[in-house]
Design a protein around this ligand. Structure first.
Ligand code: SAM
Ligand code: SF4
Length: 363
């Protein structure tokens, strides 16, 4: 049995049926073999190294209403905030001094001119304050080509826009069906980002109500067909004040969502050995060692949260999000201990570009 599994894992690309077979691995020995293979492939490609991205949750104001998300515009219980310029620059300065090399700026989605200009201004201010030594990933939703261009010109290098699920029908079950939540526009946005010269990242949630292993296999094949540079994906976790909360009884148990999250990382590493893969916060929510386990399955990026502690509670995408009260100044000394304990090294003072992107653009 295991011989057949090992043989299957020796392939560098898998069919949909093979991916479904691998995703249905039994917990225990079978799963361990797959996760171990993810680590092996990572060690042979980007190496047993981890990049840090300081995460700044710049604003929880959002014009959208995704049914799964705690900060969706329709949730009246959320106290809305936007970080001041000083708070953003302090967080960026911290990342710079600590040698993180890179930032992620994440927000709810707004398309106003004022919002676009605000992000553009912050990009320029961060670069000026940090001697242009930080690379910046944006995760601010669907925008026009012009906005993407302006942000790119202001110094954004990468963009993370999760497709959330590649099953179109499921997409419309977890979003309102209207122009503001349109599967085709989300797909087109990924193309626009590519055209504007970003390193393009996407991802999905794992364990959505009604999602099947075939859907997850399709998600993996989608990343490959889109020639994506980086992926951030993680388990779906319910939030009490969302329209999807009543469906929680239909979910895979949390432990299963977590295991499938790890399997997805390992299997993606096999299909796309050179891309950047993040160990998501959602993994850590379901298991205190979730990030480390994600890294040991093939992930090579972690995103320590640098949002001021007072505002973190207001950026609750799902219940029990971790580190809500931990001091933002999570130093590299602490991180180093955690990462070196699992046999990995932190790559300090480096841009951390996806090697897949560098190979793609060198062609
Ligand atoms: N507003 C931007 C967007 O949607 O692309 C960026 C911020 S949004 C909060 C970032 C990601 O959070 C989403 O792409 C989604 O996958 C994830 N997310 C939201 N609610 C979640 C939940 N309940 N469980 C797991 N992930 C969730
Ligand atoms: Fe807004 Fe993003 Fe949450 Fe959707 S996932 S409601 S766009 S913050």
């Amino acid at each position: 049995m295991n011989a057949a599994l090992i043989q299957l894992l020796s392939k560098t690309a898998h069919s949909r049926e093979e991916l479904i077979r691998l995703l249905s691995a039994e917990p225990g020995n079978e799963t361990d073999i797959i996760l171990q293979k993810g680590l092996e492939v990572k060690a042979a490609h980007p190496g047993r190294k981890v990049y840090l991205r300081g995460l700044i949750e710049l604003s929880n104001r959002c014009a959208k209403n995704c049914y799964y998300c705690g900060i969706r515009g329709g949730n009246r219980k959320v106290e809305r905030y936007t970080l001041s310029d000083r708070e953003v620059l302090n967080a960026a300065g911290f990342a710079w001094h600590e040698g993180f090399g890179s930032l992620v700026i994440q927000t709810g989605e707004r398309k106003s001119k004022a919002f676009s200009l605000h992000i553009e201004r912050m990009l320029k201010a961060i670069h000026q304050a940090t001697n242009n030594e930080l690379t910046i990933t944006l995760s601010c939703g669907e925008q026009s080509a012009e906005t993407y261009r302006r942000w790119r010109e202001a110094g954004a290098h990468r963009y993370l826009l999760r497709i959330e699920t590649t099953n179109r029908e499921l997409f419309y079950q977890i979003h309102p069906r209207n122009r503001n939540h349109d599967f085709d526009i989300r797909l087109q946005s990924l193309d626009l980002l590519r055209q504007e010269g970003y390193q393009v990242g996407t991802g999905v949630m794992i364990g959505l109500p009604g999602q099947t292993l075939a859907d997850l296999a399709d998600d993996l094949l989608f990343f490959k067909s889109q020639d994506i540079d980086m992926v951030g994906m993680g388990p779906y976790i319910e939030h009490v004040d969302t329209p999807m909360y009543p469906l929680r009884t239909k979910l895979w148990p949390a432990a299963e969502r977590f295991q499938r999250g790890l399997l997805m990382i390992a299997l993606l590493r096999l299909q796309m050995p050179w891309i950047n893969i993040a160990a998501s916060t959602a993994l850590e929510t379901l298991d205190p060692l979730g990030r480390q386990k994600g890294i040991l399955a093939g992930a090579n990026v972690v995103m320590p949260n640098l949002t001021p502690v007072v505002d973190r509670k207001k950026y609750q995408l799902y219940d029990n999000k971790p580190n809500l009260d931990k001091d933002a100044s999570l130093s590299t000394v602490t991180l180093n201990k955690v990462i070196s304990a699992i046999g990995e090294t932190i790559n300090l003072h480096q841009a951390g570009d996806s090697l897949h992107f560098l190979n793609r653009t060198r062609k």
